[in-house]
Each structure stands twice: as structure tokens, then as C-alpha cells.
Design a protein around this ligand. Structure first.
Ligand SMILES: Cc1ncc(C[n+]2csc(CCOP(=O)(O)OP(=O)(O)O)c2C)c(N)n1
Ligand SMILES: [Mg+2]
Length: 629
């Protein structure tokens, strides 16, 4: 071991040299795992990681405006690349680092890989407290970077240069593991970053990480086949795992052969083309009546690559068959075991391939197939109806979604995350391919939209990227418009302004709380006006179109549906990031379809509306089930 040839590098240089040479391979296709490094420099990384990136321009550096945003961009990049590639994010110490905590949670919850290198306080400690250091009376072994622990799948602090020799391989193992992936955080003390060490050259050689396609236990597969063959009303729930595994073609063949209908989760939408006759569309709290009716009566649910969030299960009310049971195909034993399912722990693509062979000759009852196909058609007609509504004087969100869907290129990517848009999009968006519908709905993090759009565009520069964003999310984080222009990645941002938090306003009204705190209106005598104040409020004069223009975007302001259509046509040929601005109606809503979401209502209240809402909640609450196999 002592004979190994070595290279004297700073720890930061060794890290970048190592990351540059990490590759992944799946299905015979090899590619570098990291597409570069986002960063905002401060004293915590300027002499270390920044110097290393400057010295190694082959590892591309991207400047960002906000650390949270750069993590969102990296997350979106990884999502667009089906987790086969991502970016590194480096920050200074202190606020730059903690700004990335929200991004880390977004990555981990959505099971998407991202490598975070926040600067950390001096390992040698003698000059403490340094600028931006959080001190503790009880230990010197703590910094704000400890906040990353619960939101990271792997967390480490590099206290000595040689520690990267063991930390980085662990980081790669986790990042490239389909079951374990998420945020990996390596706290990187400012002094250690610049310290030199004789690194074994072998550490820096090219390394290829195989992305496995694990197969489930054979007996479990046989059991699953027996369950499917005896089921009267099976239903597939397609989650994000179908898309990440690139199992969409085999899913279609499976559905064609077996005749089992499909409902799609937020991350799984696009698993099957929207016009497939057995695609019942969105499932759960933001689902279609087609998927939700079939779910209610299903005796067997085959969850593929889903983590069964409350939106998917309608807070455990979606499945009401008394003997319903679950087969879960999932790379992660944790997800595969949910609802006491028969777990098929494995990759979606190869598991479906094996199941298809074992199910040779099987197809579901003809009546059930016809019933599913009728529901598919009925839902399609409902989408058509909503696309055709022309609300006056302000357009409704459904018709605007329809216009974007119909006027965007078939291979485009639409990105969204929070507000009233995700629910409406989940129901109404007609996903034509697996990358058409990019929703961050694991964390539903306001502010993801534009940064995420940038990441998606960087991952797929040949596709048009449409960012659909509400005024609230836009106000929270619009900074990466600047980065998109700096890097020449054109985004088409559709900014829907309803002057407040429409989604939470509707939720508030459903709880009997009159939209309190969800309008952009000045307080009156110290009290915030609710919806019942109507137009009798002092509106804030916010000009979001001017704001976008000031950041360098090309902006088209629309008043009517016709303006909106013309703008969508115009932006096809604009060259830089373009914003289509339109106001829409705060109250005109796409309805819910036979589903529920558990948001508890106050048990005691002085308001009769809240008391009524509580009674309704109690009636639904009893429908929530435990699934005990
Ligand atoms: C970072 C963050 N803070 C708060 C929330 C809770 N929340 C969900 S939607 C929403 C309002 C979104 O407003 P806007 O973007 O204008 O969309 P709209 O609801 O009006 O369609 C809020 C506050 C969230 N999801 N993310
Ligand atoms: Mg809004």
C-alpha cells in the first residue's frame, strides 16, 4: 500500500478530481455521474472548492443566485435524467449552507440524488468562533451543518484530508443506489478544504458504478402471480419508480396483455400515454373519477414504484374493498412493505418482464376491461369540457392548462411544484411521454418551479421547458431566471397571478376559515381581511411582469384567453427566457373527484362554519383504513 503512487493535492482538489471521474452504467450505457457543480462562494469555500473548480475547468462550474434554488435545479436535473446523472452543489458556511437544507429535503423525499458540499467551521478550532459560526456551550463538534442529518441519506464531516478516501466512495454508493438515493451531504471545513495531502492516484482513476436491476425473490413472484390470477378487480398504481426505471414500455405491454387498468401518482404521471384506453389518469386526492372509482372497489392493488403518499391513497380512504390487498414492486424494501403488501423488492422493468412471462395467457375479465375503458373515455370527455370553459372576466386555471398542453411541443417538459396548479395539472394535463409531466410533489416546495425548470432544461436542452408557476411561488423564488439567461437556457415561464394563495384559500374556506391570510391585501385596523371582505380591501400593487422584465426575461402580458394563446404561439420562437403573465380567477376551481385529503379541522371553535367543517371531517375520518394484509 505504501508503494502506491500519490499526487499532492488540496482536499478540495482531490474531491473535484474524484467526482469528475465517477461514471454510472445501466443497460450498457455509460455516462459521467456529475454534470458539474453549482456554487455560491463565500469565505467557507472560496479558497477550497472554488480554487479547485477554477483549476479544473473540465468539471463545469455554474453560478447560481440562491443556494436553495441551485439544489432544486440539481434535483430537477437528476429527475429528468432518471437519476443517472446529477450535479454537485457547493456553498459557503452558515446561511449559504442552511439555505440548502430545504433543497436536501426535496431531494431525499423525492428519492433523487444530489451531492451537497456545504463549507463548515474550522476543524482546527483555534480561531473559533469564526464568522457565521453557531456556537454551543456543550460541544465543539457541532455546526449548522448538523441540520442536514435528517434530510440526508448519507451525512459526513471531513475533519482530515484522508477522510475523503472513505467518505466519497460511501457517498457514491448511496447516490447511485436506486433504493437509497437522496441528498448526500459532506460538511467540508474551510481549513481542511485547502490542506494538501498525498492522495493515492488510484483513488482518482475512472470508476464506473453499475446501476443494478435487481430481481425479486422468485417465490414472492409466484405468489404475486397467484394473487393476480385470482383477483377480480386488480388495479395498477404507477409511481415515479416506473419512470426512473424506464419501465414505461414494459408497463404498456403488461397492461395490454393483462388488461389491468392504471392510475398514476404525481411522480408517475406519464408512465402510460394519456390516451391509452386503460389509463384512468391521476389517482388519489387529486385524482380523476375514473381512477378513484376503480380504486374504491379494487381487491388487489399493484403499486409499482410508489411510496403511497396521502395524496395517492386519499389519506387511506381510496381503497374500500373489505379484502383489498397489495403487491408492491419497489427497489426499496421500505416502500415495498407498505400496507403489509406482498413485497416484490426489485427494479420495476425487470420485475414486470418476469411477471409478464409468468402471467402468460392471463387476462382480466372482459367486463372489467370494458368498464375501465368506459371510465377512461368519460374522463377524457371531462378534460375536454374543462379545457373548453371560457371564464369571464378572468380565465380559469383549467382552460389555461388546456392551452399550454395543446400548444406546447409534444416532446416538451412541463415543470411545477406547489399551489393550486399541481392538483389541477394532475387531473387535467395530458401526458404524452414519461418526461412531459415534471411535478415536484414529494415536498411540494414553493420556489422549486423556476429553479427546477432550469435543471430540467440543462438536462434536456433540446426540449422546450414550460414552467407553470403561481404568483406565490414566483415571489418566493424567481432568482434563477437570471441564471437561465446567463447560461442561455431558455425557459418558458407561465406565471398565473391570482393575487394570493388560491390553493390554501380554498383549503381555508373548506375548513370554515374564510381564506384568512391567503390574499395579498393590506391589513385593516390590524386585521387581515378574509374572502368575505370581497373587493372591499386595499389590494397590494405588485407588478410581477415588471419584476420578470427587470431580471432580463422577455415578458408577454396577457389579459384574455385569446392573448394567452397568441403568447404561447409567440414563445415558441423567442430566444431567451420568456414569461407569459396572466391573471386568473381566484375562485374558479377545477373540482375534486370522489376523493379526500385529511386536513384536521379545529375540534372546538366559535365559528359555526368551522363546526360544520369539523362534522364533515369526522364523517370522512372514519373511512380511513389500516391495511393489514
Ligand atoms: C415553501 C413552502 N411554503 C409554504 C407552502 C404551503 N403552500 C402550499 S401552496 C401555497 C400557496 C401557493 O401560492 P401560489 O404559488 O400563488 O399558487 P396558488 O395557490 O395561488 O395557485 C402555500 C403557502 C409550501 N408548499 N411551500
Ligand atoms: Mg396565487
Amino acid at each position: 500500500m505504501n508503494q502506491q503512487t500519490t499526487k499532492r493535492l488540496t482536499t478540495a482538489q482531490a474531491v473535484i478530481a474524484f467526482l469528475k471521474n465517477q461514471y454510472v452504467e445501466r443497460d450498457g450505457v455509460e455516462q459521467p455521474f456529475f454534470a458539474g457543480c453549482f456554487g455560491i462562494f463565500g469565505h467557507g469555500n472560496i479558497a477550497g472548492i472554488s480554487q479547485a473548480l477554477q483549476q479544473m475547468p473540465g468539471f463545469r462550474y455554474y453560478q447560481a443566485r440562491n443556494e436553495q434554488a441551485m439544489v432544486h435545479a440539481a434535483v430537477a436535473y437528476a429527475k429528468t435524467k432518471n437519476r443517472l446523472q446529477t450535479l454537485v452543489c457547493t456553498s459557503s458556511i452558515g446561511p449559504g449552507a442552511t439555505n440548502m437544507v430545504t433543497g436536501a429535503a426535496t431531494a431525499t423525499i423525492n428519492r433523487l440524488p444530489v451531492l451537497l458540499l456545504p463549507g463548515d467551521i474550522f476543524a482546527r478550532r483555534n480561531v473559533a468562533p469564526v464568522l457565521q459560526q453557531l456556537e454551543s456551550e456543550h460541544t465543539q463538534d457541532i455546526s449548522v451543518n448538523d441540520c442536514f442529518k435528517p434530510v440526508s441519506r448519507y451525512w459526513d464531516r471531513i475533519a482530515r484530508p484522508e477522510q475523503v478516501l472513505t467518505a466519497l466512495p460511501e457517498a457514491m454508493r448511496v447516490l447511485t443506489s436506486p433504493a437509497e438515493t437522496g441528498a448526500v451531504t459532506l460538511g467540508f471545513p474551510q481549513d481542511v478544504q485547502v490542506e494538501a495531502y498525498a492522495y493515492p492516484e488510484a483513488f482518482l482513476h475512472k470508476r464506473v458504478w453499475q446501476i443494478p436491476r435487481n430481481r425479486p425473490d422468485h417465490r414472492a413472484l409466484e405468489q404475486a402471480v397467484a394473487w393476480i390470477r385470482t383477483s377480480q378487480r386488480p388495479l395498477i398504481i404507477a409511481g415515479g419508480g416506473v419512470i426512473y426505471s424506464e419501465a414505461t414500455d414494459i408497463l404498456q405491454r403488461f397492461v395490454d396483455q393483462a388488461g389491468i387498468p392504471v392510475g398514476e401518482t404525481m411522480a408517475g404521471k406519464g408512465s402510460l400515454c394519456f390516451d391509452h384506453s386503460l389509463n384512468l389518469g391521476a389517482i388519489g386526492a387529486t385524482g380523476t373519477f375514473a381512477a378513484n372509482r376503480v380504486a374504491k372497489e379494487a381487491d388487489l392493488v399493484i403499486g409499482i414504484g410508489t411510496r403511497y403518499s396521502d395524496f395517492t391513497t386519499s389519506s387511506k380512504t381510496a381503497f374500500q374493498h373489505p379484502e383489498v390487498r397489495f403487491i408492491n414492486i419497489n427497489v426499496a424494501p421500505f416502500d415495498a412493505s407498505k400496507h403489509l403488501a406482498l413485497p416484490l423488492v426489485g427494479d420495476a422493468k425487470v420485475t414486470l418482464e418476469e411477471l409478464l412471462i409468468l402471467l402468460d395467457g392471463y387476462t382480466i375479465d372482459e367486463g372489467y376491461r370494458i368498464h375501465s375503458e368506459q371510465l377512461h373515455r368519460a374522463w377524457d370527455a371531462e378534460v375536454e369540457r374543462i379545457y373548453a370553459i371560457r371564464n369571464e372576466p378572468l380565465p380559469g386555471q383549467g382552460e389555461l392548462i388546456g392551452a399550454v398542453n395543446e400548444l406546447s411541443a409534444p416532446n416538451a417538459i412541463m415543470v411545477c411544484a406547489a399551489g393550486s396548479l399541481p392538483g389541477d395539472l394532475h387531473k387535467l394535463w395530458r401526458a404524452r411521454h414519461p418526461k412531459n409531466y415534471h411535478l415536484e410533489y414529494g415536498y411540494s416546495c414553493m420556489g422549486y418551479e423556476i429553479a427546477g425548470g432550469l435543471g430540467a432544461k440543462m438536462a434536456a436542452p433540446d426540449r422546450d421547458v414550460y414552467v407553470m408557476v403561481g404568483d406565490g411561488s414566483y415571489l418566493m423564488m424567481n432568482s434563477e431566471i437570471v441564471t437561465s439567461i446567463q447560461e442561455n437556457y431558455k425557459l418558458i415561464i407561465v406565471l398565473l397571478d391570482n393575487h394570493g394563495f388560491k390553493s390554501i384559500g380554498a383549503l381555508s374556506r373548506s375548513l370554515g376559515q374564510d381564506g384568512f391570510g391567503t390574499r395579498y391585501a393590506a391589513p385593516h385596523n390590524g386585521v387581515f381581511p378574509g374572502d368575505s371582505a370581497g373587493a372591499d380591501v386595499q389590494i397590494l400593487s405588485i407588478d410581477l411582469a415588471a419584476n420578470a422584465r427587470s431580471l432580463g426575461a422577455y415578458v408577454i402580458e396577457c389579459k384574455t384567453y385569446a392573448d394567452f394563446v397568441a403568447a404561447l404561439e409567440e414563445v415558441r420562437t423567442t430566444v431567451r427566457t420568456s414569461v407569459i403573465y396572466i391573471q386568473n380567477d381566484r375562485y374558479e376551481s377545477v373540482p375534486g373527484y370522489e376523493s379526500w385529503w385529511d386536513v384536521p379541522v379545529a375540534e372546538v371553535s366559535t365559528s359555526p362554519q368551522v363546526q360544520t367543517a369539523r362534522k364533515e371531517w369526522e364523517a370522512m375520518r372514519v373511512q380511513e383504513r389500516y391495511f393489514l394484509g
